[in-house]
Design a binder for this molecule. Structure first.
Ligand code: ADP
Length: 586
């Protein structure tokens, strides 16, 4: 059972204190209004107790006038009770929905700002689950707290009247209910433990389902349905077991309070009954006391459940706070300056890199790239090519040595100014759900339609875009924006051309395209790379022959460096890789 993302434990006070300070407190006018309505509701609870005393005594005294009034008073109290309850619910629903949205925004902002290391720490779907499952739990708890205020007010109202009737007896009843704190808090702690595992398991289950969907093509061709069904089945089953445990544990709260309620009632009957027999108390008092106990018992039970709910919500809050609080490794350091427009000289000086999980990916990299040079990185998979690549836009920082552009250590400049001068064309061209024009336009925010079209022409993408149902305004995804591999690449190239950055990172597609696409893309790439410092991860060695410099990588090191002819003549790793591919493509 894969459970990812353990969160530090927080106390109830700390977790809900922060919730209050950051998200809830600013809605104080609405909350105050809701509390006022709650006060009205509580007053009606007290009124009900008082009325019972009054009515029973009136009946006993055969007071006709009072009895004639009674139905109207009952209606008035019921209306006030219902009205205040409804208005309170309307107000708190609005506040709660806003709080929920604000929390989602905060989490989303935190995720967008997270560096790659953090984003890759969990499956994307596991993060997404925080926006649904964890937020849901928090909302439910806040709802319970909102109604909890009504319950507290009801209990105070009812017990207040009971105190007036017979304070000694009331204290006795309170003591009986106070005894419930011990078992209820135990159950709460248990609920918190189970909830932590449940929320993590929901995330794992979501990730599992998502994996199956995202890899649908693989799953179908390799007929992995059985495997996926079994894996998802285990995740569902783990969740089922946790849910049963949650429900069982929660179910223990009611019986505890039920038994204590029975004890309170028994004590009441014994003592007050005895007092009435002695004439010290009226039947009205007894009935009023009984009504108070009846009014308070349901809210008391709910308060017991609220505690359990808050302990469950605590687990969700811990997970949400972890997402918000985990610091980024790659950040602007204090006093970082913007990188001025560069010529594109990139230097790696004694660079080593170890991933957060301890995997060493690069060691002793020294590389000097002149402005405008085309450098190809070749090597077997796992050699460290992508890792080296990732250091340039500072997706990661090197763990040893430094990387400079035009002599500026990348850690001294602001991330935005650095990334603005880099264009990336990766194997998996990411297209967002928006128009084609917008998808190219992401290359340079603020670009005009004419500039976007010019970039598309230079990328040999104009013709196929024109052939789409709405041309540049076709919305991807929605209107059949299913592009071929070659078309996606040309969109990515158009994006990069539009960006017009001095440094270009090109992660070459692994698979070969048909001859025509290949020729078009090669021409588009030639236009794109001209005059820019270009780093290419080359998978197909046929494309690297023209590079100014080829770096052959192995085990995180650059083992050979030179031109195609030099490296072939040397007869080392590159020559071997080249020979292997040549034979494959023969
Ligand atoms: P290449 O691009 O040449 O295939 P990579 O740079 O992706 O090689 O990988 C270099 C080494 O770093 C490999 O051992 C790989 O398993 C490891 N690695 C790559 N990405 C990560 C990551 N996110 N976390 C931990 N190790 C990684």
């Amino acid at each position: 059972m894969a459970i990812a993302g353990s969160a530090p434990r927080l106390s109830l006070g700390r977790a809900y204190g922060r919730l209050w300070r950051v998200w809830v407190r600013r809605h104080w006018p609405m909350i105050l209004a809701a509390l006022a309505l709650t006060g009205i509701y509580a007053a009606t609870s007290a009124a009900l107790v008082r009325m019972t005393v009054w009515l029973v005594d009136a009946f006993e005294a055969r007071d006709a006038a009072a009895i004639a009034w009674a139905p109207w008073v009952v209606i008035a109290v019921a209306l006030a009770r219902g009205g205040s309850l409804y208005a309170q619910a309307m107000l708190s629903n609005r506040v709660l929905a806003t709080i929920e949205m604000d929390m989602q925004r905060s989490m989303h902002d935190a995720l967008l700002a997270a560096d790659l290391a953090r984003m890759q720490a969990e499956a994307p779907a596991a993060y997404a689950a925080r926006f649904t499952a964890d937020i849901d739990l928090v909302r439910i708890v806040m709802q319970q707290i909102a109604t909890g205020m009504v319950n507290i007010a009801t209990v105070i109202g009812a017990f207040g009247q009971m105190l007036l009737i017979d304070w000694q007896m009331t204290l006795g009843v309170m003591a009986i209910f106070a005894a419930a704190l011990v078992p209820v808090s135990r159950i709460g702690a248990r609920l918190n433990r189970i909830a932590r595992r449940t929320q993590a398991q929901i995330a794992a289950m979501t990730a599992q389902v998502n994996e199956g969907l995202a890899g649908a093509r693989l799953a179908k061709t390799y007929r992995l349905e059985g495997y996926l069904a079994a894996a998802a089945g285990r995740a569902f089953d783990a969740l089922r077991r946790l849910k049963v445990r949650t429900m069982d544990t929660r179910a223990a709260i009611d019986p505890v309070l039920e038994v204590l309620g029975g004890l309170a009632l028994a004590a009441l009957i014994a003592f007050v009954g005895w007092r009435i027999a002695g004439g010290a108390s009226s039947l009205g008092d007894f009935s009023g006391f009984l009504a108070g106990l009846a009014i308070a018992s349901q809210p008391l039970r709910k308060l017991g459940n609220l505690y359990g709910g808050m302990m469950q919500g605590l687990a969700a809050l811990e997970r949400i706070y972890t997402l918000l609080d985990t610091p980024n490794r790659v950040v602007d350091r204090p006093g970082a300056r913007p990188l001025p427009p560069v010529r594109g000289a990139i230097r790696f000086e004694g660079v080593g890199f170890v991933y957060p999980d301890g995997t060493r990916a690069l060691e002793g990299i020294d590389l000097d790239i002149a402005p405008g040079q085309h450098v190809a990185l070749v090597g077997r998979s796992g050699a460290g090519k992508s890792s080296l690549f990732n250091l340039i836009p500072r997706l990661y920082d090197p763990t040893e040595g430094r990387v400079t552009i035009d002599g500026h250590d990348l850690r001294d400049v602001t991330l935005d100014s650095l990334r603005d001068q880099i264009a990336l064309v990766s194997q998996d061209t990411v297209l967002l759900t928006d128009t084609v024009a917008a998808n190219i336009g992401f290359g340079r925010p603020g670009a005009t339609r004419a500039e976007i079209e010019a970039a598309a022409r230079a990328a040999a993408a104009h013709d196929f875009i024109k052939a789409l149902p709405h041309g540049y305004d076709t919305v991807l995804g929605a209107e059949g924006g299913s592009f071929s591999g070659g078309e996606r690449q040309r969109l990515a190239i158009a994006r990069a051309i539009l960006r017009n950055a001095p440094i270009l990172l090109l992660d070459e597609p692994t698979s070969a395209l048909d001859a025509e696409s290949e020729a078009q893309i090669r021409a588009a790439l030639a236009r794109l790379t001209r005059g820019r410092t270009t780093l290419v991860i080359a998978h197909r060695l046929a494309t690297v022959r023209g590079s100014d410099l080829i770096c052959a990588m192995d085990g995180g090191r650059i083992v050979e460096i030179g031109t195609h002819a030099e490296l072939l003549a040397r007869g080392g790793l590159y020559a071997e890789l080249y020979r292997l591919q040549f034979r494959e493509t023969d």
